[in-house]
Design a binder for this molecule. Structure first.
Ligand SMILES: C[S@@+](CC[C@H](N)C(=O)[O-])C[C@H]1O[C@@H](n2cnc3c(N)ncnc32)[C@H](O)[C@@H]1O
Length: 297
């Protein structure tokens, strides 16, 4: 499918896919330039690589994260994709558009949770890299984050599945044992239960203890603290990506595993600039929308 008619204002505002791709694109550009003069091999890992292309709500087809990464000079690329058809499609695009890079690319058709441990373990201090974690829902095991943080050589962008988490954690605590185990895997602990559910201050009619889930801000704070307890650096700026109805879907976090003061200073500064840019574009789109609405009245 090619480009279809563009709806006014839908270029950016509310378009979380484009926001995330803009952010990853800008960061990879910065990263490769910043490290090009250092004597290290650069690697890019895309754990939820997709098919290489993605569609925006307005019908535009754009390059997905894996293809974006190939525009930058990494020494090695790891693309993990569980779906065979998507993996085949990605492979085809790479062969056509980046024939000279085929030798640098490892495409793995498997569950990233089963394969990333080995990939991460083999990384050495002579490598540096970026890992992008872009799941649909509750798919990334915490153990992968832990393994990455121990290696101290990766910067990580994680699109945390906020909406999937809240959908699985009903306000009245009525989740199943299987769900509880799944959340343990995603958050790497069972502490979430105590932190996210509090006794309902309203007196129950039946003299039972009723629990109620904490509010959205506290939930986000819990996830941020969880990441901060594991990583050398978690950017104080993150971005909640919302759908066109303004409901939060994901929260995009940036983490660094390298505890070098200098690396954190530079990385943190660039990430702030990137978030500022995305804010500015979203605001401009909003203003443009408002102006068009006024003219249409
Ligand atoms: C949100 S999409 C990724 C989009 C991609 N980053 C892009 O920009 O085009 C998530 C992808 O992860 C794949 N996926 C889901 N669970 C996975 C897993 N456990 N391991 C590897 N891939 C997985 C899905 O098939 C899907 O293609």
């Amino acid at each position: 499918m090619g480009k279809q008619t563009k709806k006014s204002g839908s270029n950016f505002g509310g378009e979380w896919t484009r926001e995330k791709l803009t952010i990853i694109n800008d960061y990879l550009g910065f990263y490769v330039t910043a490290l090009s003069k250092q004597n290290v091999k650069l690697i890019y890992i895309d754990a939820f690589a997709g098919s290489g292309k993605t569609y925006l709500p307005n019908g535009d087809q754009v390059d997905g994260s894996a293809i974006i990464s190939l525009q930058y000079d990494f020494d090695e690329y790891y693309f993990l994709e569980i779906d065979k058809e998507r993996k085949d499609e990605l492979e085809k695009i790479i062969k056509t558009r980046f024939p000279t890079k085929v030798d640098k690319v490892h495409i793995i058709n498997d569950n990233c949770n089963n394969r990333l441990g080995d990939i991460l373990n083999k990384l050495t201090i002579y490598q540096r890299g970026v890992m992008f974690l872009d799941p649909y829902a509750l798919e990334l095991d915490w153990s992968i984050l832990l393994a990455a943080s121990k290696k101290k050589i990766l910067d990580i962008w994680y699109l945390f599945p906020l909406n999937a988490l809240t959908r699985n954690l009903p306000k009245d605590k009525s989740y199943t044992e299987a769900t509880s185990k799944k959340i343990d895997t995603i958050l790497g602990t069972h502490d979430w239960e105590k932190a996210l559910y509090k006794l309902d201050p309203q007196i129950s009619l039946f003299d039972t203890e009723d629990y109620i889930r904490v509010n959205f801000e506290e939930l986000v704070k819990y996830i941020t603290n969880r990441l901060s307890s594991t990583f050398a650096y978690v950017s104080p700026r993150s971005r909640i990506l919302k759908n066109s109805k303004n409901s939060p879907l994901f929260i995009l976090y940036f983490m660094m595993t390298n505890n070098s003061y200098k690396a954190i200073g530079l990385g943190g500064k660039v990430v702030t600039q990137i978030f500022d840019k995305v804010d500015r574009i979203a605001k401009d789109v909003q203003n443009e929308d408002n102006t068009q609405t006024i003219h249409a009245l």
